[in-house]
Design a protein around this ligand. Structure first.
Ligand SMILES: Nc1nc2ccc(CNc3ccc(C(=O)NCCCC(=O)O)cc3)cc2c(=O)[nH]1
Ligand SMILES: N[C@@H]1O[C@H](COP(=O)(O)O)[C@@H](O)[C@H]1O
Length: 202
């Protein structure tokens, strides 16, 4: 399956996906052929270039509306013959129109155990809630932000005195195994999204 990864920043999850799909004995069903960032000069673009993967910057600032931005995104993905889209630290909310075109073909990684702690400040919410376990969730992207069907989750302990930084670092380690695992399940069609809430497992 031809995979595009959408990023906005450092791209450590992108790197984990690259390492997994290019490792010989992973015989992965997925091949990353395109990386798109909505921000220029981010480290994730350098990671893609080093791996010989095509890159593109589509800045939301160049578009009048969210719909226009999403349409440009969709055009790039379809012209590259993309089968699966991975959001890896991509920080733009996508319109329902775009999401529906990629139903069951678009994955996102979120740094909490959904459905708890949705939104862009998950670690802050986790620390404030004084929970003792956190982790990451890879889910299909639905119109409701962070509300899509869950594919893979991995947990980590939360320690007293943890800061957002110490927690983020511990969570990122398991993100880098969870995302490749989820991509493999979807690319090999072991995990299929039938309705927005349910996944069928083959
Ligand atoms: N429709 C849909 N689209 C998404 C886009 C990105 C992400 C990644 N996780 C994200 C979760 C939250 C945000 C957020 O609130 N950012 C601040 C507002 C930025 C903006 O104005 O766009 C961004 C990405 C998930 C989703 C999703 O679950 N559903
Ligand atoms: N979606 C969230 O944004 C961060 C992206 O980090 P990176 O993959 O760009 O290093 C990760 O923590 C991920 O959970």
């Amino acid at each position: 399956k031809r995979v595009a990864v959408l990023i906005s920043g450092s791209g450590t999850n992108l790197q984990a996906l690259i390492d997994h799909t290019t490792e010989q004995n992973s015989n992965s069903s997925a091949e990353i052929v395109l990386v798109i960032s909505n921000k220029p000069n981010v480290q994730g673009l350098t990671r893609a270039e080093k791996a010989g993967i095509a890159t593109k910057v589509i800045s939301h600032k160049d578009y009048k509306s969210r719909d226009d931005f999403d349409e440009a995104l969709h055009a790039s993905l379809t012209s590259a013959g993309i089968d699966i889209v991975c959001l890896a630290g991509f920080m733009r909310i996508l319109t329902g129109g775009f999401v529906s075109k990629w139903h069951g073909k678009m994955l996102n990684i979120h740094p909490s155990l959904l459905p708890s702690f949705k939104g862009h400040n998950a670690h802050e919410q986790v620390i404030k809630a004084n929970v003792r376990i956190s982790g990451c969730t890879v889910h299909f992207v639905a119109e409701e932000v962070d509300g899509g069907a869950i594919i893979v989750q991995e947990s980590v302990p939360v320690y007293h005195g943890d800061t957002e930084e110490t927690l983020a670092e511990r969570v990122k380690k398991v993100e880098h195994t969870a995302f490749p695992k989820a991509l493999e399940l979807v690319a090999s069609e072991k995990a299929l999204l039938n309705s927005d809430a349910f996944i069928s497992w083959r």
